[in-house]
Design a protein around this ligand. Structure first.
Ligand SMILES: [Zn+2]
Length: 140
């Protein structure tokens, strides 16, 4: 894995508003440091450039791994994961309280593969919502 320099990491964090770009958790509300994710993994020749990096919480990043797509159950088609660099979160997902609901095939494969609605996460989000801390507000 390519080393991500301090400056590029800072830029990724700033662009994301310190939010996980998949589940919208704030890094401030996480026990663990967020990770710089290659949207298109290096094994698929994704480059270590700002245009291919996103900020991801450890949960989202570990389930995403080096995957770039999955089979959408509704269409049966190979479908790319949501790409926060070229797509807008609100076009592919919406929040129903603490639950992330997919709106598109890309949204569906992303919710399933990254397990965005595990019960622990829903509970955590419910707590954060009560404190006005979820969703994390992205600066874009
Ligand atoms: Zn996340």
């Amino acid at each position: 894995m390519t080393y991500i320099g301090v400056e590029i990491r800072r830029q990724v964090i700033e662009r994301a508003g310190n939010c996980c770009e998949y589940c919208l958790l704030s890094q401030e509300d996480s026990t663990f440091s967020f990770q710089v994710d290659h949207v298109i993994a290096e094994k698929h020749e994704g480059e270590t450039v700002l245009e291919n990096l996103s900020l991801s919480c450890p949960n989202c990043n570990s389930y995403k791994g080096s995957d770039i797509g999955s089979i959408d159950r509704e269409t049966g088609k190979l479908t790319a994961l949501y790409n926060p660099r070229i797509q807008s979160w609100g076009d592919h997902f919406r929040l129903d309280g603490p639950v992330i609901e997919p709106l598109t095939p890309e949204g569906r494969v992303t919710v399933r593969l990254l397990r965005l609605n595990r019960s622990e996460q829903i509970e955590e989000r419910r707590g954060l919502i009560a404190f006005g801390r979820y969703p994390c507000t992205q600066s874009k």
